[in-house]
Design a protein around this ligand. Structure first.
Ligand SMILES: C[S@@+](CC[C@H](N)C(=O)[O-])C[C@H]1O[C@@H](n2cnc3c(N)ncnc32)[C@H](O)[C@@H]1O
Length: 220
């Protein structure tokens, strides 16, 4: 049974894609995708021996060996060209960006589903600068808040506004209840910091400005 976070990622994968799950750990996602019949082929990639062996074992136990190839490899370095949907989830922004940097040339139409544990605004900027168009976004609460981005490689990307980078081009328009709850939670966190700072301090003023921008966005 997948966690809500992995289930949400699974739902973003399109039928019959060839998935490369980079940093697969147990290979839970590719196994579920194959067992559900959504896809017929996947690569489960991890660069560490322990997770790689776990993935290999789980794939075997679940009878998915004919469909999923476990690979002990760094990021995208050895991922075959036929993988048309890359998944990078459960890492920090720096690692995700480093993995994507390994493929400076990407086929147009390539899909990417990415969930970083921190630095999502840096990720959106990175994607825009690399001609990855964001085509879907999800926010979920699964013990923590997670934002999941689906993007496609395009020839000419629609530039994101600063609000799109900060809050998500799709999420900020949708403003679903989890999104609102997340930003209200951020406001509370920022307000607590402001309350501990000296009245009128520069940092306090910056944070007040940030709180104001979030409120404007939520009410907009
Ligand atoms: C926290 S787990 C996430 C597992 C799964 N993707 C998920 O979202 O639940 C991160 C995994 O990424 C792997 N990893 C980190 N850097 C990697 C890289 N450069 N190439 C391949 N795997 C990597 C780690 O070994 C670890 O198994």
């Amino acid at each position: 049974m997948l966690s809500l976070r992995l289930k949400t990622i699974e739902e973003l994968v399109e039928t019959d894609k060839i998935v490369a799950d980079i940093g697969t750990d147990h290979a839970l996602l590719p196994v579920e995708l194959v067992l559900s019949g959504k896809i017929k082929k996947a690569y489960a990639v991890d660069n560490k021996n322990g997770p790689f062996l776990r993935a290999q074992q789980y794939i075997k136990t679940m009878g998915c060996e004919p469909f999923i190839e476990a690979m002990l490899s760094d990021g995208l370095s050895s991922v075959p060209q036929d993988a048309n949907c890359w998944v990078i989830a459960g890492m920090g922004y720096d690692t995700a960006a480093m993995i994507l940097d390994q493929r400076p040339t990407v086929t147009l139409g390539q899909q990417l589903i990415v969930q970083v544990n921190h630095g999502v605004e840096h990720l959106r900027r990175y994607l825009m600068n690399g001609s990855w168009q964001i085509i879907d976004e999800k926010i979920i609460f699964d013990a923590h808040y997670y934002q999941i981005i689906k993007a496609v490689k395009v020839k000419s990307v629609v530039r994101l506004k600063i609000e799109d980078i900060d809050y998500g081009p799709i999420l900020r328009k949708e403003k679903n209840p989890v999104f609102t709850e997340y930003w209200q939670f951020q406001i509370q966190k920022l307000q607590k910091i402001v309350d501990q700072l000296d009245r009128g301090s520069k940092r306090g003023q910056q944070l007040q400005k940030q709180i104001h921008s979030i409120k404007v966005m939520l009410n907009g």
